[in-house]
Write a protein that binds this ligand. Structure first.
Ligand code: HXC
Length: 516
């Protein structure tokens, strides 16, 4: 064969590979309202940056069943490219080939890029649109899945791992995303469930649609499985690009320092008036966060799940920080099981990847009651405590109002190795709120009073003045400084600068045993 013919042959094969399961299948994919695996990779990565690997891998099966159904690539596209000029690895399931189901070849291709991403220290992004294990390949497919899961676990905390779910993820296909750091879903076309509606009907007699069982909104609001939800695929991929900006390439690196026009000493006078004078009135902690971060930009994570706590990323003077903040607007900012678990995982992510944590605290306590106790709030609250305690990244707290009881201890207190603790003058730091405390410690005096209700109110006021302020804690060094709210941004930036080279360690051990 001539050289020209050989080049031509290569081009023909490349073209064949690019067509995946063929034109008809591609059209059907579009009719389903979904993009193809390649269109997705192109939206995710910087223009023309994709370098494909294993384009010509093909099933080695020789049985008649697959004779004319062997496709180059075998149902997945893998390779590397860049996002904002920084290296990332990517794999994208091709639904046009056997419904993106996972064969031995597909699994080997994923494993190859997983191992490379860990070897060179770069994030890996999986784009999932798959019917699960390739039924025709039986146990080879199960073994393939398990190899992927193993790598998800081994590289957890080594390189950031991100999953887009942009189609079905059923059965085995859910566990790899679940093991990664962040899941992105799209409304209407993506579903995640262990068993589909038909099996649910057969086993539990429940009538449920795929969307009701495992659609994006279900996982955003109810289960907390997904971290980001979008209306269409292009916005989803733009979302991943935004998230990547805040992350370092791996656990040995710091996040990038970006240039900013936002002055570090920007004063926000409104913050002095944001906390209502009545301590039982809510306000929006999101406003506090937005006024303090660079350019008011905040990438909220799990916005719709357990909204009594806010988590997410932003920059302070060009450096990425993870924000954890009680939200007094929802359930008075109380800590319940879901909020504790949500915050704990986020704190651990930040700690894995050298992202300092800034905590805004206004917490009346843990949620009381049988629902929470039966649900194991003791164990879930302990997760958050554990996560803060073990984190060695810079940890700063701003107490805007309430810091009561066990919840005060948990929310990055100095005794959990919090580095700097600021309090606003509106802070109330004590074992419990004035109402509950007065009823207990002055119960006899109140009972014996001519007007018990008046006495109670007097005692509440007395308690508030004596204990529910920041100065008792500041007098003991439990709070480092009481600050005017309007200068909080500047104070945080100065403290982060001071903590830039912080080194802290945990005892040598195989690993801790977080209460799961
Ligand atoms: C082989 C599959 C497949 C699979 C789909 N296809 N899933 N081929 N193995 N698992 C093929 C279909 O035969 C069809 O081929 C093409 O992909 C498109 O599928 P459709 O059904 O036409 O598409 P759609 O209507 O969009 O439905 C998609 C779907 C459905 C919801 C994913 O196909 C489905 O329910 N598939 C099975 C899901 C499942 O039960 N998977 C196994 C889970 S067990 P043609 O040639 O007609 O185009 C599992 C265990 C692993 O994963 C555990 C590891 C720990």
């Amino acid at each position: 064969m001539s050289r020209e013919r050989k080049i031509l042959e290569l081009k023909e094969k490349q073209e064949l590979a690019r067509m995946g399961g063929g034109k008809k299948s591609i059209d059907r994919q579009h009719e389903r309202g979904k993009l193809t695996a390649r269109e997705r990779v192109n939206l995710l990565l910087d223009e023309n940056s994709f370098e494909e690997l294993d384009m010509f891998r093909i099933s080695e099966r020789t049985d008649r069943e697959v004779e004319d159904k062997r496709y180059y690539g075998d149902g997945i596209i893998t390779g590397y490219g860049s996002i904002h000029g920084r290296l990332v690895f990517v794999y994208s399931f091709d639904f046009t080939v056997y419904g993106g189901s996972l064969s031995q070849v597909v699994a080997e291709k994923v494993v190859k890029v997983q191992q490379m991403s860990a070897k060179v220290g770069a994030p890996i992004i999986g784009i999932n649109d798959s019917g699960g294990a390739r039924i025709q390949e039986g146990v080879d497919s199960l073994a393939g899945y398990t190899n992927i899961f193993l790598n998800n676990v081994l590289y957890s905390g080594v390189v950031p791992q991100i999953s887009a779910v942009v189609g079905p993820a059923a059965g085995g296909a859910v566990y790899s995303p679940a093991l990664t750091d962040f899941i992105f879903m799209v409304r209407k076309t993506s579903f995640m469930f262990l068993t589909g509606p038909k099996i649910v009907k057969a086993v539990t007699h429940e009538d449920v649609t795929a969307d009701e069982l495992g659609g994006a909104d279900v996982h955003a609001v109810k289960s907390g499985i997904t971290h980001f939800t979008f209306d269409d695929e292009p916005s989803l991929f733009e979302g991943i690009r935004k998230l990547i900006k805040y992350l370092p390439q791996n656990n040995m690196e710091e996040p990038l320092v970006v240039s900013t026009e936002d002055p570090p000493d920007r004063v926000e006078p409104d913050l002095n008036y944001l906390v209502p004078e009545n301590p039982n009135k809510p306000y929006d902690m999101r406003e506090v966060v937005l006024k303090i971060l660079d350019d008011g930009e905040f990438l909220e994570v799990q916005e719709l799940y357990a909204p009594n706590i806010i988590i997410g990323f932003g920059d302070l003077n060009g450096r990425a920080v993870g924000i954890v903040a009680n939200q007094p607007k929802v359930l008075a900012g109380v800590l319940d099981s879901n909020a504790s678990g949500k915050a704990a995982r986020f704190i651990r992510f930040c700690d894995c990847f050298n992202i300092p944590i800034v905590t805004f605290e206004d917490v009346p306590g843990f949620m009381p009651g049988t629902v929470q106790e039966y649900n194991g709030i003791i164990k879930h609250g302990a997760k958050m405590l554990y996560a803060y305690a073990e984190a060695t990244v810079p940890k700063i707290t701003v107490i805007t109002r309430k810091g009561y009881g066990g919840a005060f201890c948990v929310m990055n207190s100095k005794h959990l190795r919090g580095d700097i603790s600021y309090a606003w003058p509106s802070a109330e730091i004590a074992v419990m709120g004035p109402e509950g405390a007065s009823e207990i410690i002055f119960s006899k005096e109140i009972r014996d009073a001519a007007d018990p209700e008046k006495k109670l109110q007097e005692k509440i006021q007395e308690y508030r003045e004596r204990f529910a302020n920041p100065y008792v804690a500041a007098g003991k060094g439990i709070v480092d400084e009481v600050i005017e709210p309007k200068v909080t941004r500047y104070k945080l930036i100065k403290a982060l600068e001071m903590l830039k080279n912080k080194r802290d360690e945990n005892p040598v051990r195989k690993h801790g045993n977080i209460p799961l």
